[in-house]
Design a binder for this molecule. Structure first.
Ligand code: TRP
Ligand code: SF4
Length: 333
């Protein structure tokens, strides 16, 4: 039997190249080998955005459209919306009973989230009960399918570690070996930075969206930071100090291209504007098919909704089996 993979993303709206290269492209490869469940974690979104739900439905659709465009295949993977699988909520309750409060309190990712929230909304903001349960809910997501592996970014590893602790405790308390300890599976690709050299992020205004047109992508690439010490185009450049553009070349170019560009740059034979025009074209080459597929889904939203509904039904069937077992193990009525 294939090993099971579970992962998820909060519905933050249109995704960017950081999501594509860092997470989704990895999922696309994994779906060939594993039984994959990919969740749009709308309950997780509510832990911080419970009062901003106007765009939630569209955000969910946008995320799924981006996944599909990037090659997540509903015939291979199960794509679902978290809140359409209520079994996860029930499992979350059981897990919340056996999770010591200080385990969630020391979760470093949660501490960071709390810090960011406080700085955004001032000292008056309280951390709500639901947010404290964030890693427990994530554990419930993973255990809903008794998944073996959880592909996540480095920032989520602490959560998965907590999941392993919760599994051990569950198995111990109820004297069972039903749940497997899920392993985090880090993707080995390098992180793409934003156009300004900082971490790529929606709120930093430094991202290239998967859904950006070829024109917008090219235009955004022209704003990427280069070697700041370079004044004129025949000055010798320093690819290693070219903060963004050369890093992008290393991700999107082939070995020969990277070698040529680096050489020409060092000799002052290559202007940054030209270099970035070529880079924009190169990125567009890779994104063309993805954009085309996204356009198709944008024009067929009913198909996207059908994929979500069917995926969620399928996820629920699996979830019900696990929950039947869990209820028996706990000796619920
Ligand atoms: N917390 C994850 C994030 O913000 C998203 C997520 C929700 C998730 N449920 C999950 C990831 C289960 C892995 C497994 O990126
Ligand atoms: Fe960077 Fe290209 Fe300019 Fe060299 S020529 S500094 S690699 S943008």
């Amino acid at each position: 039997m294939k090993q099971k993979i579970m992962s998820g993303m909060r519905p933050t709206g249109k995704l960017h190249l950081g999501h594509y290269l860092g997470v989704i492209d990895n999922w696309v490869r994994l779906q060939e080998e594993y039984d994959c469940y990919f969740s749009v974690a709308d309950w997780h979104a509510l832990t911080t955005k419970y009062d901003k739900t106007e765009t939630l439905q569209q955000d969910i659709l946008d995320v799924v459209m981006d996944w599909l465009a990037c090659g997540v295949d509903p015939n291979k993977s199960t794509i679902y919306v978290q809140s359409l699988v209520p079994e996860t909520a029930e499992l979350h309750i059981y897990l919340s009973m056996i999770t010591p409060q200080n385990w969630v309190e020391r979760d470093p990712t949660l501490k960071d989230m709390a810090k960011i929230l406080k700085s955004k909304e001032g000292m008056a903001s309280q951390i709500n009960y639901g947010l404290m349960g964030y890693p427990v809910l994530m554990t419930a997501d993973i255990l809903t399918f008794n998944a073996d592996l959880v592909p996540v970014g480095i920032d989520q590893v602490a959560h998965v570690e907590l999941s392993r602790d919760i599994v051990r405790r569950f198995n111990h308390i109820y004297n069972t070996d039903f749940f497997v300890e899920p392993q985090p599976k880090l993707n080995n690709c390098s992180l793409i930075c934003g156009l300004d050299g900082n971490k790529m992020g929606k709120s930093f205004n430094n991202d290239i969206k998967i859904s950006d047109s070829a024109e917008i992508t090219a235009k955004k690439v022209m704003s990427a930071i280069t070697d700041r010490s370079r004044m004129r185009k025949d000055d010798p450049g320093h690819p290693d100090e070219c903060e963004v553009a050369f890093k992008y070349w290393k991700i999107f170019g082939n070995d020969t291209e990277i070698e040529t560009i680096s050489c020409e740059c060092e000799k002052g034979l290559r202007g940054c504007a030209d270099c970035k025009r070529q880079l924009g074209a190169k990125i567009n080459e890779r994104m063309d098919k993805i954009r085309e597929r996204r356009r198709y889904y944008e024009e067929h939203p009913e198909e996207v909704k059908r994929i979500i509904e069917e995926g969620s039904l399928k996820a629920r069937e699996e979830a019900k089996k696990v929950l039947d077992e869990v209820r028996k193990i706990i000796r619920m009525y």
